[in-house]
Ligand binder design. Structure first.
Ligand SMILES: [Fe+2]
Length: 206
């Protein structure tokens, strides 16, 4: 289907995040799930352009929110991951000394405590959703927040987002969400996270 939005390429190969996220998950997640959000967003926008009444436009709001959020969130998620340093493949999992680490330590006491609090909060999501480390633009502090379904993060500037839909982990981790959450820190791209953090504290818009 043609449309304004297109599926972005992954910045690494499908097997690059192994053993923490399997090739099978990455292929399905990117080629099938994300592609479907892109296709459905384009369809909803095309339908919206043809509407002539408020009622017709209101009827499309849910599809725009769900598929638009799915496209935004997954586009962010792929860039938020990187091949693991512990596997000798890349920089994933390494939080260098710098402004993001300083902000995390300021808010959570330590990097380890940050990950622990993130996992506890995120594991408690009921149903599908996303876990986030986001910048509170008022306090300039990093906070842990969650969103339901495919709702994008609007209350904070997203620094790190983790997909908590079962399609993100079930084929590898089955029902053990906490194992997925523990594993994913090995492939978080903290360089990308720090870039977002610096853009956010320097006053970028939400
Ligand atoms: Fe997903």
């Amino acid at each position: 289907m043609s449309g304004q939005h297109t599926l972005p390429d992954l910045p690494y190969s499908y097997d690059a995040l192994e053993p923490f996220i399997s090739r099978q998950i990455m292929e399905l997640h990117h080629k099938k799930h994300h592609q479907t959000y892109v296709n459905s967003l384009n369809a909803a926008e095309q339908a919206y352009a043809k509407t002539s009444t408020p009622k017709e436009r209101i009827a499309l709001q849910a599809a725009l929110k769900f598929n638009g959020g799915g496209h935004i969130n997954h586009s962010l998620f792929w860039k938020n991951l990187a091949p693991s340093s512990s596997e000798g493949k890349g920089n994933g999992g390494v939080l260098r000394d710098g402004p993001l680490k300083d902000a995390i330590v300021q808010s959570f006491g330590s990097f380890e405590n940050f990950k622990k609090e993130f996992n506890t909060t995120t594991a408690a999501i009921q149903g599908s959703g996303w876990g986030w480390a986001g910048l509170n633009v008022t306090t300039k502090r990093v906070e842990i927040v969650t969103t339901a379904n495919q709702d994008p993060l609007l209350s904070h500037v997203p620094i790190i987002g983790v997909d908590i839909w079962e399609h993100a982990f079930y084929l590898q981790y089955l029902n053990v969400k906490v194992d997925y959450l523990n594993a994913i820190w090995n492939v978080i791209n903290f360089e990308e996270a720090e870039k977002r953090f610096l853009e956010a504290v320097n006053g970028s818009k939400l």
